[in-house]
Ligand binder design. Structure first.
Ligand code: ADE
Length: 260
């Protein structure tokens, strides 16, 4: 998969994309990542990417021209960048059109399903806003607009990194041979069960005995019930759309009775 980003602080991606799973995904050839600086497609001395809002008000609005010009360059249509050191966009010759995702607080709320859908794209372009927002006309380029939650970040890059991480780990093979099993955690709509590792006893806290009983069926049942218990306590809304068996429902009812 190709992932490109357009923003004013592309260096923000360096740490995240050069560590851990994101690094390995690139080394193993699952991901080709390029972060572009929008300033490349500005033409004034100060390389301005934002301006005062029409109609007045505080804050600056990101200009739409650099975004349109960058997009044209990324798809190999025309390149208005004038910098001598400018390296043409890596995939400008690609026949694959990017699926364009804008990050904005008013976008569709990002979730596991959305991550899975995006992971099926061959080429993704994330456009990250800053300051008070982006000139509305730029959204004409958007295939979708995504929000990572009901709060406002100062930087769309942070939101893009969250989305990229969740998407890349969905690419088959990225998490390793066993990734099918690893990915199931949210797929059934429940929260994760608690995990433990050595030592078995620490500061008076012991691991649940069932985990060392050697009976895999018992361990599986315990884990499933823990998932249900945690989901009921932390995110009861998820239970409405989770796939629940009769045994799950009986357990949930028993939890309800315990509380009374
Ligand atoms: N930019 C600023 N806040 C954001 C959010 N919550 N989601 C996506 N992009 C953003």
């Amino acid at each position: 998969m190709i992932i490109e980003t357009l923003s004013t602080f592309p260096e923000m991606f360096d740490a995240v994309m050069s560590a851990s799973i994101m690094k390995r995904a690139q080394e193993k050839g699952y991901l080709d990542f390029c972060a572009y600086n929008l300033r490349r497609w500005t033409h004034d001395k100060h390389r301005t990417t934002d301006d005062d809002p029409y109609g007045g008000g505080s804050g600056l609005v990101m200009k739409c021209e650099p975004i349109f010009e960058a997009y044209d360059a990324l798809i190999g249509k025309s390149d208005s960048a004038k910098d001598d050191e400018f390296v043409p966009p890596k995939f400008a010759d690609s026949s694959i059109k990017p699926h364009v995702v804008f990050l904005a607080p008013f976008g569709k709320k990002f979730d596991d399903k959305c991550a899975l859908e995006l992971s099926k794209q061959e080429r993704l372009l994330f456009v990250c806003g800053h300051y008070e927002g982006i000139d509305e006309r730029a959204f004409a380029l958007a295939d979708e607009i995504v929000s990572i939650g009901d709060y406002v970040l100062t930087s769309g890059e942070l939101a893009a990194m969250v989305v990229i991480d969740a998407v890349v780990r969905k690419i088959p093979g990225v998490l390793g041979a066993d990734d099918g099993a690893l990915l199931e955690s949210f797929a059934d709509g429940l929260l994760e069960y608690p995990q433990y590792t050595r030592p078995a006893s620490y500061r008076g806290m012991d691991i649940p005995e069932v985990l060392v009983c050697g009976d895999h069926a018992k361990v599986d049942e315990w884990r499933r019930f823990q998932q249900l218990k945690r989901t009921l306590a932390m995110r009861p809304d998820l239970l409405e759309s989770a796939h629940l068996s009769d045994a799950d429902l009986r357990y949930l009812v028993s939890l309800g009775k315990e509380e009374q």
